[in-house]
Design a protein around this ligand. Structure first.
Ligand code: F6R
Length: 587
């Protein structure tokens, strides 16, 4: 997690520039932030707890500096624990993303040699280790290479030296992207922050080291320090899709974008989906993902069974290690991810590679680590998703899986028609009248402590996703269940007035789900039915248009809207829920 943004070059109003770069990256972590820049031969630092939005800094002009937004792992959320961290001499500063697994041993060693620590973080060891290397006469590049070799774990670091006026960065798994400008360079943990400044960027690979100064960016091999000509990627500098526009929150913007995302997907992604269908159709396939992406994968399992008559395995990426040895040599692992940087997904894909599996991805972020790792990909083309909650990337993943299942069966056009129908349905459901019904429901449930969601068959993963969406943004305890499992224990949780969302699509599961709803209602539950048809058992009916196998797409929106409006009523920030970060780059 954590966001990094740095600059070296002609003197600019760097304090403000660092803050605005970090603000773009705040989705990566937002418990605290800090910036450091050179003032002559000293480093000036400004660190604070809380969000960056609306703050200003007294730090202004400089030719070199960097900043960091933090998602705490080691050490509480305090100003001293916010990055950047300085060495004892005040010549060097570092920012870090990841977890240094052997930090205790390194800290003990450094303390024994007389270093003074100012924070409780794992990261600060890097500053002091560098101090020793530079003190022994090494230049910053070789100092960083030597220090990085001592760190265990998945890490990215950027170091600044006010004497040589250089930034040096390197990484293992955690992402870093950099680029040159006239007489200078930028670095960040996501290209989004670089779009206002650069046309072309370099995605740093593991084992590479980026050296940035007024000569621009150079990339060297970390082991040999030999110069490398890195691959350069041209950035799409259309910034509109990253801006909030008239929307009150990114979550509102991203929910509203769903119809357009799906309509684009059906047309533009067809060649990629058909290429992937050829591989998936002839290969035992395992879908992996985390959180919402895992819920999309579970939906995909039902879609494959229903549409293509094919079985696919689904495994949480974080649990994949137990199953990787079972992969068949002709097997395929298809990873689902919005960011393409989720570390559990990347580790699982690497494990699959080591067992010889074919690697594919359904991923939203072009050039992300996942995109670069796999042989076959479908890029969702949903545009940047900046709210921490996945909304448009979820419906785009489900649509892709539906199209993929149809492509395997040889009926892409049929799948495309369904997705377009779902997109049109979403557009109608986003109209003010429909949204007002959900706002009323939010008023009814926002002070509840618990909420349950049930579904069966294709709607079961929808229930899991609905519960996840509601709980992560409203902080109401919400659980999704297969409705058939109710009688096996779950029903003990239901009491008078407990809100229960019931997915009742117009398919073969409807009668059984309604029986489940009746059992809940007779224990006092307040039943919210979500489906095309009303039923007397429902206390409230949220109508969703009938869309056949595309029902998981339309089923997602009422829960997204309910989570959003409930969060607002409870005074929560929907874009930055507590304890979460958008890009989960630590284990
Ligand atoms: C929930 C949510 C998370 C992500 C999960 C995986 O709204 O956003 O559960 O789905 O962290 O992230 P990606 O898709 O980037 O791999």
């Amino acid at each position: 997690m954590c966001g990094v943004f740095g600059y070296v070059g002609d003197p600019v109003d760097l304090g403000d520039r660092l803050l605005s770069g970090l603000q773009t990256l705040e989705y990566r972590g937002y418990d605290s932030w800090g910036i450091a820049l050179a003032r002559d031969q000293a480093i000036a630092v400004d660190k604070r707890i809380g969000r960056i939005a609306g703050v200003s800094t007294a730090l202004s002009g400089s030719d070199i500096g960097f900043g960091h937004t933090r998602w705490a792992t080691h050490g509480g959320v305090t100003e001293p624990n916010a990055h950047p961290h300085l060495d004892c001499s005040g010549r060097l500063a570092i920012v870090h993303n990841g977890i240094i697994e052997n930090h205790r041993d390194l800290r003990a060693e450094l303390l024994a040699r007389g270093h003074a620590f100012r924070s409780a973080t794992d990261s600060e060891v890097v500053a002091h280790l560098l101090e020793e290397q530079v003190g022994q006469g090494r230049n910053l590049a070789s100092a960083v290479a030597n220090v990085f070799a001592r760190l265990q774990g998945l890490n990215a670091i950027v170091a600044m030296d006010v004497v040589s006026r250089q930034l040096v960065a390197t990484k293992h798994v955690s992402p870093l992207v950099a680029g040159s400008v006239d007489r200078g360079a930028y670095i960040a943990s996501d290209a989004l922050a670089l779009r206002p400044h650069l046309d072309q960027v370099v995605y740093l690979e593991d084992g590479q080291l980026a050296l940035m100064d007024r000569a621009g960016l150079r990339v060297v091999d970390r082991a040999t320090l030999q110069w490398i000509e890195p691959a350069r990627v041209t950035l799409d500098r259309n910034l509109d899709d990253a801006r909030l526009g008239d929307h009150p929150h990114f979550m509102a913007k991203e929910m509203a974008e769903q119809p357009a995302v799906l309509e684009r997907l059906v047309i533009h992604q067809r060649p990629q989906i058909e290429a992937m269908a050829e591989a998936v159709g002839s290969t035992p396939t395992t879908l992996i993902g985390c959180g919402t992406a895992l819920n999309a994968a579970l939906t995909g399992r039902y879609l494959f069974a229903r549409i293509a008559g094919a079985g696919v395995d689904v495994v949480a990426a974080s649990e994949f290690a137990s199953f990787a040895p079972l992969l068949r040599p002709d097997g395929m692992v298809l990873a689902l991810s919005q960011s393409g940087e989720t570390v559990d997904v990347l580790e699982a894909v690497k494990a699959a590679e080591s067992y010889g599996a074919r690697l594919g991805a359904i991923v939203n972020t072009p050039h992300s680590s996942l995109d670069r790792l796999v042989d076959l990909r479908v890029l969702l083309g949903a545009g940047p998703e900046q709210c921490v909650l996945a909304t448009k990337s979820y419906t785009a993943k489900v649509a892709t899986l539906l199209l993929l299942a149809h492509a395997v069966r040889g009926s892409y056009a049929e799948g495309a028609a369904l997705v377009v129908r779902a997109a049109e349905a979403l557009a109608r459901m986003l109209e003010p009248g429909s949204v007002a019904e959900i706002q009323q429901l939010a008023n009814r449930i926002h002070s509840s402590d618990h909420l349950f969601v049930i579904g069966r068959g294709l709607a079961y993963p929808s229930a899991l996703e609905a519960a996840l969406k509601i709980k992560e943004v409203s902080y109401i305890h919400a659980e999704g269940f297969a409705s058939g499992e109710l009688k096996h224990g779950v029903i003990a949780l239901v009491s008078d007035g407990t809100p229960c969302l019931v997915y009742a699509p117009a398919d073969e599961t409807r009668a059984d789900v309604l029986s489940g709803a009746a059992e809940l209602k007779s224990r006092g539950a307040f039943i919210v039915g979500i489906g095309p048809e009303p039923d007397p058992i429902f206390d409230i009916h949220l109508a969703v248009p009938e869309t056949g196998d595309a029902s998981p797409i339309v089923n997602a929106l009422p829960a997204q809207l309910l989570g959003y409006h409930t969060a607002l009523l409870r005074g929560n920030d929907p874009d930055r829920p507590r304890n979460l970060a958008k890009s989960v780059t630590v284990k």
